[in-house]
Design a protein around this ligand. Structure first.
Ligand code: NG1
Ligand code: ZN
Length: 533
């Protein structure tokens, strides 16, 4: 039932460059926007087949390269519950993307249909969106050809943030069921978040206006759409909103700039006053970094670990106050990049799990808790409430007014938090809720624990695949003998910790080190890098 003639005709319009190999990695396909035409066409085919495989459930496709430079672009698929594509299909994605010719592609498609037992008579439905990159419209046109080749029913979500696309996928697929996630529109998303936020901060004093660095990306639109819905309970001051200025996206601004340089984006220097808070989104608004200027005019960064500590502490207290301590197990998931001080702070309060880098690992580990909080140090994260937890929250009978209040807050948090994926906007509102409840300024939040000085360096090596790890990437098993040498070095540093792993997104090996003082963290990182090189 495949229309081979039509697939072939369209495929000829999107030939694969013969010298390139593509890989569906931790963040989908990602490379220069100019070489993604054939990939987008084939992703259109793959998404349609995935939808047929799942009985016509809607699959999402997001065209973005997140925090990467403007000339890059990328694409990833979203599964029906708004989560990332199931791992076994990542391989199918790479196989289709690398078929050399149209006839190889047809063969690959036929093989996939056979081995995945896809019933071609089922409908195919795909919703897609893109960020503000200039290469977006062209790539979306290639994607549409791929959808047309399989006669999928397309839905264009337009220019949206990554988390909105994930939200839409889940909302579309749960519509009319008992798990309905919200109205399947952008308005539905903004109404859901703002409605829950207003309930959670009702009666609290209005905080000082919050500066939001939109990275000159798609998050700028989210700020302008949510602002009027907040009824003055939080005033947002968007900066870096130049979405159509060539070269501006993620340039010297945004969450990745803040995390990697540990500096205030220069464009914000005149806007942020002493003791004022600000935050940065990344280019597709799924990462969030906070910061403030302290009394001595120093820039202070509040990263994903600090967000996790703030949020997890709050949720643990609410669960206790609601009288649900024995019923709901709250846990936190981190990666090896989490600052050692944050791990120590959290481990004193709740179970902490460490998993390999990559959102899918964090997400899946968080699902094992009744309430699972996960954040990467770079600001990507969210909170998951299991379906059992949501039922408990709905049915539990509070015995005191205090229990009733805490229970209400927990229920509203399930609405405020985007449970499909990290979401800068939702996470920002969540942080503001906790700060309002705790009466914290940036300073008090920052004081929960003191970050250990740390250093991350990249090492270009001949073959990064020679570096293999275990124990959630904290130990090298190959090259043989290297871990022993690292351990010997680490022992010589007070508060020392270091690990080495191959990047999943760049052709480099990353070295992370922390120590009690900054110069020692730097030295340890460079000495370990010296061992790797
Ligand atoms: P790699 O390149 O595998 O280290 C990077 C980030 C991850 C994650 C992915 C994107 C660091 C050290 N690593 O992964 O946290 O965001 O990109 O999916 O920041
Ligand atoms: Zn992103």
């Amino acid at each position: 039932q495949l229309d081979v003639k039509e697939i072939s005709r369209l495929s000829e319009l999107h030939p694969k460059p013969s010298h390139l190999r593509y890989q569906y990695g931790t963040s989908g396909f990602r490379t220069l926007g100019t070489v993604l035409d054939s990939v987008l066409f084939r992703v259109g085919i793959l998404a349609s087949l995935r939808s047929k495989k799942l009985d016509g459930k809607t699959i999402g496709v997001m065209v973005t390269a997140s925090h990467n430079p403007e000339e890059d672009n990328g694409v990833k698929l979203v599964d029906p519950r708004g989560e990332m594509l199931e791992a076994s299909w990542e391989i199918h994605a790479s196989v289709l993307a690398n078929a050399s010719t149209t006839s190889d592609l047809i063969e690959a498609i036929e093989t996939l249909v056979r081995i995945a037992k896809i019933d071609l008579s089922k409908p195919a439905r795909v919703v897609y969106g893109r960020d503000t990159r200039p290469s977006g419209p062209f790539l979306v046109a290639s994607l549409r050809d791929g959808l047309a080749a399989i006669k999928a029913e397309p839905r264009d979500a337009g220019v949206v943030t990554t988390p909105i696309l994930h939200y839409l996928v889940r909302a579309i697929n749960t519509k009319g069921t008992k798990d309905a996630y919200g109205d399947d529109s952008e308005d539905g998303y903004f109404d859901k978040l703002s409605g829950a936020f207003k309930k959670l901060v009702a009666g609290k004093p209005t905080p000082p206006p919050l500066i939001v660095d939109c990275a000159n990306g798609v998050g700028a639109g989210s700020i302008s759409k949510i602002s009027p819905r907040l009824d003055g309970q939080l005033k947002l001051l968007p900066q870096n909103t130049a979405t159509s200025t060539p070269g501006a996206l993620n340039n010297a601004c945004g969450a990745d700039y803040v995390k990697t340089t540990q500096k205030l984006p220069p464009s914000l220097a005149n806007h942020l006053k002493a003791n004022q808070r600000g935050c940065s989104f990344d280019g597709d608004a799924d990462r969030l970094m906070y910061f403030y200027i302290d009394e001595r005019n120093q820039f202070r960064m509040l990263d994903g670990d600090k967000i996790a500590a703030l949020v997890a502490g709050f949720i643990v207290d609410l669960v206790k106050n609601a009288g649900l301590e024995s019923e709901l197990k709250v846990g936190i998931v981190q990666t090896a990049y989490a600052n050692g001080s944050s791990t120590k702070y959290l481990a004193e309060r709740l179970p902490v799990r460490c998993v390999p880098t990559g959102v899918k690992h964090l997400h899946h580990a968080a699902e094992r808790f009744d309430i699972g909080v996960y954040f990467e140090a770079n600001g990507h994260g969210t909170v998951l409430f299991s379906s059992g937890t949501q039922e408990t929250l709905a049915s539990h009978e509070p015995t005191t007014p205090a229990q009733s209040t805490a229970l209400n807050h927990l229920s509203n948090l399930t609405q405020l938090i985007n449970q499909t994926v990290g979401d800068a906007l939702s996470d920002m509102l969540l942080v503001e809720v906790v700060l309002a409840h705790r009466s914290y300024s940036g300073f008090e939040w920052d004081s929960l624990y003191v970050d250990l000085p740390n250093r991350l360096v990249k090492v270009v090596v001949e073959d990064r695949h020679a570096f293999q790890t275990e124990d959630a990437e904290r130990q090298l098993v190959s090259p043989k003998g290297l871990q022993g040498k690292i351990d010997d070095l680490v022992r010589r540093y007070d508060g020392g910790r270091s690990f080495v792993r191959p990047s999943g997104t760049e052709d480099v090996v990353r070295v992370y080190a922390e120590a009690a003082i900054k110069s020692q963290a730097d030295e340890l990182a460079f000495r370990v890098a010296g061992l790797v090189y």
